[in-house]
Design a binder for this molecule. Structure first.
Ligand SMILES: [Fe+2]
Length: 368
């Protein structure tokens, strides 16, 4: 930890780290050596921030880069291709299947993608403006693209073709009596998706038929959208509790709710996924409004959080984001993404780099 005494630019740091065979997020070592209390110049004002604040921003930048990578893949095949989100050329059959969930799905996919790109671009630019290295994961863009018509053939950070999607967010936000911060667990909306490995984008043009197969892929995407964005919905309030600088808190509190806007949109659209069985692999999307599902925990027109227990069972139920418990939140989010299958095929160096960023963020404490 004595190699770098001050923040260096990302490329210098990366070269140095790669020479030594240590793959960590660029700038981590430099940041780790800085004193606890730093003065950030902010226009005519100054605002004190800590190395914990920097660690939180760097971890969030990494998560946003990862989100951008996966959303980009969705947009290339099912979104709108334009100068705001360039790269793909669209896949008509996948797009048609996605639009069964809502005729505006392509617009929403595009806008979610643009939002995530703006998040990591801003976070990295802010870090740079304060003298810290931006997070750069380019060396890990090694995973293959979909071979389906419409996708770019470039290296990716994430894998959308072998997902195991935790769909318990669906019932978690509909429960009036349980909260994950109390240790409660929640049933899966789509039990089949939580086991096995399923594509959320067509792997190649062979996945475009039969009809119920490509629709199952689109349905998987619909529930995966909700999984990803509920993660961001919790992550920002979880980490905000350990931020020190008012300006960094303002950043976290201003970006976080946009993740929630995404989440509610996807929560609504997932409910429109048509019930079906994929004839190629047996994956079942049940009718969530029918027995043995149905009722408050499953009904598809509930798109706002049901009030539930919070802080103490003795207090009234309240409509809240959940979970928001802060301890270990960065690593928990990373582990949820790993369990999702998002990084299948990634290198040990990638996991080490992400765990390091998460560990640093989880060491951050408010006021220190
Ligand atoms: Fe984001």
């Amino acid at each position: 930890m004595s190699r770098k005494l001050q923040p260096l630019d990302a490329s210098t740091n990366r070269r140095s780290l790669m020479r030594k065979g240590v793959a960590v997020g660029a700038g981590t070592i430099g940041v780790g050596l800085l004193s606890n209390s730093l003065v950030f110049a902010a226009g005519n004002n100054s605002t004190k921030a800590t190395k914990g604040d920097v660690a939180i921003l760097r971890y969030l930048a990494a998560i946003e880069i990862i989100e951008s990578d996966l959303w980009q893949q969705y947009n290339e095949l099912g979104g709108i291709q334009d100068k705001e989100v360039p790269g793909g050329s669209g896949n008509a059959l996948y797009t048609t299947a996605i639009q069964v969930l809502d005729s505006d799905m392509s617009q929403y996919i595009h806008d979610n993608t643009e939002d995530e790109i703006s998040h990591h671009t801003f976070l990295n630019a802010y870090l740079t403006s304060k003298g810290f290295s931006p997070v750069n994961l380019d060396q890990f863009r090694t995973l293959p693209s979909s071979k389906a018509s419409g996708a770019q053939q470039i290296g990716r950070l994430t894998n959308l073709m072998q997902l195991t999607v935790d769909t318990s967010w669906w019932t978690r936000y509909r429960s009036r009596t349980k909260n994950p911060d109390f240790g409660d667990t929640f049933p899966q909306a789509i039990p089949g998706l939580s086991k096995g490995k399923f594509p959320a984008i067509p792997r190649n043009d062979g996945d475009l038929t039969p009809h119920n197969h490509i629709q199952a892929i689109a349905n998987t995407a619909g529930f995966h959208f909700g999984f990803i964005e509920q993660g961001g919905t919790s992550l920002y309030p979880q980490l905000a509790q350990r931020v020190t600088s008012p300006e960094v808190l303002r950043i976290v509190l201003s970006i976080g709710p946009t993740e929630t806007m995404h989440f509610q949109t996807w929560s609504d659209k997932a409910g429109n996924a048509p019930p079906l069985t994929d004839p190629t692999n047996g994956l079942v999307f049940p009718d969530l409004n029918a027995s043995p599902f149905g009722g408050e925990d499953f009904q598809t027109n509930l798109i706002m959080p049901e009030p539930t227990i919070f802080l103490s069972r003795g207090l009234p139920v309240v409509s809240i984001i959940r979970p928001t418990q802060t301890k270990g939140a960065a690593l928990a989010t990373l582990n949820a993404f790993i369990a999702d299958g998002l990084f299948i095929g990634q290198t040990p160096q990638f996991f080490a780099a992400l765990r390091d960023l998460a560990d640093q963020a989880d060491k951050a404490q408010h006021g220190s």
